[in-house]
Design a protein around this ligand. Structure first.
Ligand SMILES: NC(=O)c1ccc[n+]([C@@H]2O[C@H](COP(=O)([O-])OP(=O)(O)OC[C@H]3O[C@@H](n4cnc5c(N)ncnc54)[C@H](OP(=O)(O)O)[C@@H]3O)[C@@H](O)[C@H]2O)c1
Length: 290
């Protein structure tokens, strides 16, 4: 299959290109400097010229704070961009994979949200822009896989987009990384997502699917586990609280997602988060990234 990936230099996009590239003809979209997906005509022209069978759409602004500070820009970079890519997918009748988020939920309960829970009442502007994007996908594209994703981690994305690599880099430069220790969430390895897509894209079981490795993490806890696993001092990560950090966007103190559908539909079972993190570290070592 010919598979186009938006956000191909990002954490998830780069992994999709690498993993699916062993089997498919991948067409990574260029950086936003060369093709800004906000531009409807340029986006349409690119897709009509390349004619992918599948579009994996990961491009967007995933930083809740910058979204909160500039809601117009957040809508443009998340929802308008998605609309432009959705229009191209519709014209080409391409299968569409949408990278959505747990942030479409309010985080108002202890149990994990699953695929049959209705996305509603996001806590911040970022969540609203992603919920609006989901609705465009669900309404206009019958051939969609809408993936709801928690905190992502992996080997890809480089220093600016990969917070594991960033924490290591900070530690090597003698700088502490401050991260919330009081927000509990699920997490998922982008490698597990890309591998799952390799299976899902061979089917037409379209719909919304949740992705999470087994287990619960805090932002500071999983960075500390990573540093420890690569023989560095975990104290280079300082746990803080959402209150102390006083960031512009509201955060969920406790938001978990789980999948009821991946196993019965595709036979996919995601491993525990510790296992996935070990694989990421092995991949980083094999690539020479660390
Ligand atoms: N990371 C997480 O923890 C997380 C959690 C849940 C959901 N998600 C969702 O998953 C998706 C992928 O996340 P990620 O972590 O892989 O993101 P990322 O590493 O920040 O990468 C985002 C990519 O989007 C591209 N992009 C942004 N605006 C663009 C534009 N106007 N035109 C063209 N390209 C544009 C960027 O291109 P440049 O390189 O040119 O800047 C970059 O390659 C996002 O939609 C996010 O909402 C992420």
């Amino acid at each position: 299959m010919k598979i186009a990936v938006t956000g191909a230099q990002g954490l998830l996009g780069e992994e999709c290109v690498r993993t699916l590239g062993t089997e498919h003809n991948m067409i990574p979209l260029p950086s936003h400097h060369d093709l800004d997906l906000v531009d409807f005509n340029a986006t349409r022209a690119w897709f009509l010229q390349n004619k992918p069978d599948v579009i994996i759409h990961t491009a967007g602004n995933r930083d809740p704070d910058s979204c909160e500070l500039d809601p117009a820009l957040a809508w443009t970079s998340n929802t308008l961009v998605t609309w432009n890519v959705v229009c191209a997918a519709r014209e080409l009748d391409a299968v569409f994979v949408h990278a959505s988020t747990e942030s479409v939920f309010p985080g108002d309960r202890d149990e994990p949200y699953h695929e049959f829970d209705e996305a509603r009442d996001p806590l911040n502007v970022y969540g609203y822009t992603k919920l609006a994007s989901e609705r465009l996908v669900l309404q206009y594209l019958p051939k969609h896989f809408n993936l709801r994703l928690p905190l992502l981690f992996g080997r890809t994305g480089g220093l600016t987009r990969n917070n594991l690599l960033k924490a290591r880099h900070n530690a090597l430069s003698g700088q502490k990384t401050v991260a919330a220790g009081d927000t509990f969430s699920t997490a998922c390895s982008v490698r597990d997502i890309a591998r799952s897509l390799a299976i899902m894209l061979k089917t037409s079981f379209y719909g919304t699917y949740h992705f999470a490795n087994l287990g619960i993490v805090t932002r500071s806890g999983y960075l500390q586990t990573f540093l420890k696993a690569i023989d560095m001092d975990p104290d280079w990560v300082t746990p803080s609280t959402v209150l102390e950090m006083a960031r512009p966007a509201r955060r969920n103190h406790h938001i978990l997602i789980k999948s009821l559908l991946l196993e019965p539909t595709f036979g996919i079972t995601l491993p525990p988060v510790e296992f996935a993190l070990k694989e990421v570290i092995a991949d980083m070592r094999a690539d020479g990234t660390i």
